[in-house]
Design a protein around this ligand. Structure first.
Ligand code: GAR
Length: 220
């Protein structure tokens, strides 16, 4: 059963994932309503995108708080004031303390530009290139108290080409981010996600047999 899940979206930068979520709501692929967009930076382009969609925005600058916990409590208070149920981290480049994670337990999603648990942390597209993996991709996961280690909801894999740069690989991954993030939120909206230990069980999930990706290809 689907309903309009009240979202709070946290950003720090371009906000292209925010844009993908706003577009999915508009095109009725996603049953959700964005109650508030919060940025820790006043120059985040995502704020412009949000205002263009007439969404309420807030800037909460982490530098104005004495400690991480105080900052996170301010975010929690703001999100609760706006009756947010699900917190969506969309390029929000801040670690969350237990104060935040416990206030929205299993109700915070993050998107990460690698196939977790490979390449947690920062600059992960460059790290994937340097390592020489044949596939990288992106992961949407619930946030727990360990950075980039929460239960995985959905992943998309892309090939890594020999002539890729950090920019070209990032762009290929970002395109998939825009497809999987709205989908993950829609699965939540439909009540199909169940966190059991480390795993996310998904109701009525189709199996894809014989659909292995191979790169380089077996022929040619
Ligand atoms: C995205 O690639 C997202 O996966 C990444 O930041 C970018 C934000 O782009 N997030 C992280 O690295 C989180 N550790 P956007 O502002 O255009 O959505």
């Amino acid at each position: 059963m689907s309903r309009q899940v009240p979202l709070g979206v946290l950003i720090s930068g371009s906000g292209s994932n925010l844009q993908a979520i706003m577009d999915a709501i508009k095109e009725k692929r996603l049953d959700a309503v964005i109650r508030i967009v919060i940025s820790n930076r006043d120059d985040a382009y995502g704020l412009v995108r949000a205002r263009n969609h007439n969404l309420p925005t807030e800037i909460v600058d982490h530098r104005k708080f004495p400690a991480r916990e105080a900052y996170d409590q301010a975010l929690v208070d703001l999100l609760k004031t706006h009756d947010v149920e699900l917190v969506v981290l969309a390029g929000f480049m801040r670690l969350l303390s237990p104060v935040f994670v416990r206030a929205f337990s299993n109700r915070i999603m993050n998107i990460h530009p690698a196939l977790l648990p490979a390449f947690p942390g920062l600059h992960v597209q460059r790290k994937a290139l340097e390592y020489g993996v044949r596939f990288s991709g992106c992961t949407v996961h619930f946030v727990n108290e360990e950075c980039d280690q929460g239960p995985i909801i959905i992943q998309a894999a892309v090939p890594v080409f020999p002539d890729d740069t950090e920019e070209s690989l990032s762009a290929r991954i970002l395109k998939e981010e825009h497809r999987i993030y709205p989908r993950a939120i829609q699965l939540y909206s439909e009540g199909r996600l169940h966190v059991v230990g480390r795993r996310v069980l998904i109701d009525d999930l189709e199996k894809l047999e014989d659909q292995a990706l191979v790169y380089p290809p077996l022929k040619g």
